[in-house]
Structure formats: C-alpha cells, structure tokens
Design a protein around this ligand. Sequence first.
Ligand code: FMN
Length: 209
Amino acid sequence: MISSDNFLDAMQRRHACKLFDETKRISKEKLELILEYGRLSPSSFGMEPWRFLVVQSQEMKEKLRSFCWDQPQITTCSDLVLIKTVISPLAPGSKYSRDMLSRRDLPKDRIEAYFDIYDKFATAKMAGEGIFSWSSRQCYIAAANMMTGAAAMGIDSCPIEGFEKEKIESLLNMDPTKEELALIIAFGYRVNEVTKKVRLSLDKIVEYI
Ligand SMILES: Cc1cc2nc3c(=O)[nH]c(=O)nc-3n(C[C@H](O)[C@H](O)[C@H](O)COP(=O)(O)O)c2cc1C
C-alpha cells in the first residue's frame, strides 16, 4: 500500500520532462504497470473512454514529432503514449454504452433505469459541449494517474497538448467519428536535473466556506 508520503514524493518528483535519455528504455513490466494505472482510473458512468496507443517505433516517433511542434520529448522518450478517446460508442443508445452499463451487478430494472439516465446525459453532452470535450476530460484523469504512478517508479513523463490533432489523426488513419486524439504523454528517463517546482500557494487557490 502506498503511503501518503510516498504519494507526495511522487507528486514532487513528477515534472514535465523536456528531454529524455535516449539510451534508457522503460522495462515491459513497468510500462504495463503505467498502462494499468490508466486502466484503473475512474470515468463518468464507467465508460472508460480512453484507448492507449503505445508508440515505440522510432520512425513513427519522427513522423509524429513533425506534428508536435518539433518537441524533442517525442523522439527522445522511451515510450510515447497517445491517449485516444472513443466517440461514436458513447452516443446515447449505443451498444457500447449498453454493454458497459450492463456489467454492473444490478437487477434488470435498475440497469434499464441507468440506460435512460445515460441516454439523457449523453444527449445533453452532444447538444452542449460535445462528446469529445466530455470524454477527453476523463482521459486526462487517466493521464494524471499514469504520470504520477510513473514518477513513483522513478520514471519521468511529459504531457503534450502541443500537437496538430487532425494531422496526427490522419497519419494514424483514425476515423474521427469513432475516435479522436485527446492527449499525448512521453515516458522515459530524464537527462537534466529538474528546475524548482513553481506553484501558487494553497492560500491562493483554496477557499473554505
Ligand atoms: C494538458 C497539458 C498539456 C501540456 N502540453 C505540453 C506540451 O505540449 N509541451 C510541454 O513541454 N509541456 C506541456 N505541458 C507541461 C506543462 O507546461 C507543465 O506541466 C507546467 O508548466 C508545470 O510544470 P511541471 O509539470 O514541470 O511541474 C502540458 C501540461 C498539461 C497538463
């Protein structure tokens, strides 16, 4: 069991690593553990909208770097994880939503009621902020868990939003009606020591009422 002190250490250790040591690879076991932290993350209605595409091919990393503001993290990292989110499977009434909601050990009438609540919720999302906005926010929760979990194992990371989304989706032959790219995370081992962490103090960001 991780103690709160260990968790704090991991939070402090994690930083947005700009350059990775190209000679160091993450072991298969540790990479799978990072992916497991993503898998175990919470999601709205338990829809688990994330899909993890692990890029290990240097050739593919080079191609992706040109669509990621030429950021060196992309090609120097050990493993690049593209977090995609499903889109059409989250539509109201979809088979996917039914399958996901039915996994719960609930009586049939409760499940039917859940279908109804989900459909209303998803319909409102489609009419409002859109499915991508809603589902990608959940991918960020998985991303945070993966990065902090990696830090607890001494593995560095960098979340990357600086990319040309449509170009990458096209490179990967993604059908945007079915899935879209939410976020990229580079994982590996740092080259440079970390600069001081800069954060607002708690009294500036917390209110009690
Ligand atoms: C959603 C998101 C997107 C980010 N995109 C990039 C990026 O494209 N390139 C980069 O170097 N850092 C990126 N960052 C890192 C932030 O700049 C960094 O987390 C922030 O400045 C705080 O620094 P720290 O993480 O080292 O504590 C991103 C962070 C988040 C959360």
